[in-house]
Design a binder for this molecule. Structure first.
Ligand code: CBY
Length: 385
């Protein structure tokens, strides 16, 4: 994570947050910290990106240092309100998504920002459609919301907020979201959602563990599966590593302003280096079937070198037939994200996007990382979430 180049998205904030929580206070974080400070001054950050910057800069620092970031917190209050305004105008759809709104509440709660309990109660009800992508409960989103709501709950208890009714609602929301997360647990391997949501889901379960779910979650089983996946390279991307590390150290994002807990982790991580991707001789070519589906389907056969990713296939198809297969993408911290195909653009106000599938099943990696196989049926489908 330390040696990566952070050229896209704002991965640096996520990485800094994670390393500070893990107790790495190395000099090597100096440059990373500067990068995050610079990111914080960018005007076009989304609300969740700004929230991550605040969490990262404030993590495990003394309170004097945190005061320096006061202006960022007041900007976040504004951006959070813009999310809510957008929901009013566009059928309950925020500018970004509920993962980011949860990050917003978490950062406001941990760093003395203002938010209203009534709004939290109104928007974070577990039945809200924004916790779902289609019929699928989003574990990543649920986990982040549990962390945010737990912070809110704890601060209500601390300040002895008068309304016991409010406290009860928030507790009910947390409990219900935890249930929904646990319903997405794989019985065989203990992953919650998929490998990339498991780290944050573990954090949510750490802070919300009670007698009810103690029996429903075998932490060791989940941990073993995660540890098996590390040498296979599942967390090669810095962002993926950043999102799993706190859970491996037994830490959660709620520990950022808990100094006794910061960096006292003692998990002995002696793991194998990921095996390098096997070098493929340039002479090996594979062929895949590629389809774009809107109402009509547009298909072609594409030949690419072995080891190619989904994006390479899309580029080849575009060369074959520009009208059918032209596309655009943006860089995010998880790599390239497809924004339009045939000029048809995704839009968060009507919850449309370009879904990636293989053999009819959604893939769990983006176009820049999903390695394609000979004879595979790849599809990019115009969808609603
Ligand atoms: N981060 C965010 O705002 C993203 C939040 C997140 C829940 C995120 C997953 C979880 C995380 N840890 O960051 C998320 N994805 C969202 C919200 C979305 C929606 C984005 C639109 C919006 N309104 O914000 C949407 C459209 C539902 C979506 N993700 C789509 C996709 C597909 C992208 C296809 C494309 N057009 O390029 C894809 C590839 C699923 C598919 N088969 O089509 C997808 N997401 C995936 C796989 C992922 C995982 C990435 C894993 C990986 N190794 O690359 C993910 C971690 C993530 C990023 N999505 Co979305 C979820 C998972 O598998 N556990 C905050 C910001 C500050 O950085």
């Amino acid at each position: 994570m330390i040696n990566s180049k952070y050229t896209r998205g704002i991965q640096a904030a996520n990485v800094l947050l994670s390393l500070r929580l893990a107790g790495i206070q190395d000099q090597s974080l100096g440059q990373l910290t500067q990068e995050v400070r610079d990111d914080g001054e960018k005007k076009d950050l989304t609300s969740g990106q700004l929230a991550l910057v605040i969490l990262a800069l404030g993590a495990c620092q003394n309170s004097v240092e945190s005061v320096t970031y006061f202006h960022l917190v007041s900007q976040l209050e504004k951006k959070f309100q813009e999310e809510i305004e957008n929901m009013g105008l566009h059928d309950g759809n925020p500018l970004t998504n509920y993962y980011q709104l949860s990050l917003d509440v978490l950062a406001l709660c941990l760093f003395n920002g203002t938010y209203s309990i009534d709004e939290i109660k109104k928007y974070f009800a577990p039945e809200n459609k924004n916790f779902y992508f289609g019929a699928q409960f989003s574990v990543d989103t649920g986990a982040m919301a549990v962390l945010a709501l737990t912070c809110v709950k704890r601060s209500m208890i601390k300040t002895q907020n008068k309304s016991g009714e409010d406290l009860q609602s928030i507790s009910n929301y947390i409990e219900s979201l935890v249930k929904k997360m646990l319903a997405e647990k794989n019985k065989e391997n203990g992953l919650i959602g998929n490998i990339y949501s498991t780290g944050e889901a573990m954090q949510a379960l750490f802070v919300s563990s009670n007698h009810d779910n103690k029996n429903e979650w075998n932490c060791q089983q989940t941990l073993n599966t995660v540890l098996e996946e590390i040498p296979k390279g599942a967390f090669r991307m810095p962002i993926a590593a950043a999102q799993i590390l706190p859970a491996l150290m037994g830490k959660t994002y709620l520990d950022v302003n808990n100094h006794s807990s910061c960096g006292s982790g003692h998990f002995n991580l002696s793991i194998q280096e990921p095996t390098p991707v096997e070098p493929t001789s340039p002479s090996t070519w594979i062929s895949v079937h590629y389809t774009v589906k809107i109402n009509k389907t547009y298909s072609t056969e594409v030949t690419v070198p072995k080891g190619s990713v989904f994006l390479d296939v899309m580029k080849e198809a575009q060369k074959i037939d520009k009208a059918a297969f032209r596309f655009t993408y943006v860089e995010t911290s998880w790599g390239p994200y497809i924004t339009s195909v045939q000029g048809l653009k995704e839009n968060s106000n009507d919850r449309t996007y370009w879904q990636l599938l293989s053999g009819g099943t959604p893939v769990s990696q983006g176009v820049g990382n999903y390695v394609v196989h000979n004879g595979e049926n790849l599809e990019v489908r115009w969808s609603k979430y």
